[in-house]
Design a protein. Structure first.
Length: 183
């Protein structure tokens, strides 16, 4: 009789461990999906930036330093390897885009240009989607991190090499804000 009890206990523990493992896998995959959503929006943003730069260059060709900085930071963001590197690159790029829009504010003809306005609206839309993707990613990372760090799932997580994921945080509240689109 005691052998059957021991087998039943082992079976329950095994089933529970399998359930936890499956939750960990599910949450890890959701976190990857969340990061993929951020990546898609960043790629859209990176694809839009050259068009925006060319439009502004036509009106403010003497602002070469701002254009070079935005181009350099765009390349750094596209080549970022880790989430931490990506956050740092995005923080710098957002600041540079703010300076680009400050240059644009000095040119009334540029602000009236339909192509420039369209690009600004598209960038604003991308920033909204990016903010939603960041929220989704952080939510999935939170769920995974809770499982990885809480008992008893921490036992299964450590056994199979699950790790916590960093949150996508932009430390500077000004950088986290959607760029202002003013006409």
């Amino acid at each position: 009789m005691s052998a059957w009890i021991a087998i039943a206990v082992v079976a329950v523990v095994l089933v529970y461990a399998i359930k936890i493992y499956n939750q960990l896998v599910r949450n890890r995959n959701m976190t990857k999906e969340g990061w993929s959503g951020i990546d898609v929006q960043l790629r859209r943003r990176y694809d839009l930036i050259p068009n925006l730069l060319e439009t502004v260059k036509g009106y403010a060709s003497h602002e070469k330093g701002v254009f070079e900085e935005v181009t350099k930071l765009r390349a750094a963001g596209m080549n970022a390897g880790s989430i931490t590197d990506q956050v740092q690159a995005e923080k710098a790029l957002t600041g540079a885009l703010g300076r680009l829009f400050a240059v644009a504010e000095a040119y009334p003809d540029l602000k009236a240009d339909a192509n420039f306005r369209s690009l600004q609206e598209e960038l604003s839309e991308i920033e909204d989607h990016l903010q939603m993707a960041r929220r989704y990613y952080n939510g999935t990372a939170r769920e995974l991190n809770i499982l990885v760090e809480s008992f008893p799932s921490v036992l299964v997580a450590k056994s199979f090499g699950f790790k916590t994921e960093p949150y996508y945080e932009i430390g500077d509240p000004a950088a986290a804000a959607v760029p202002k689109v003013a006409f």
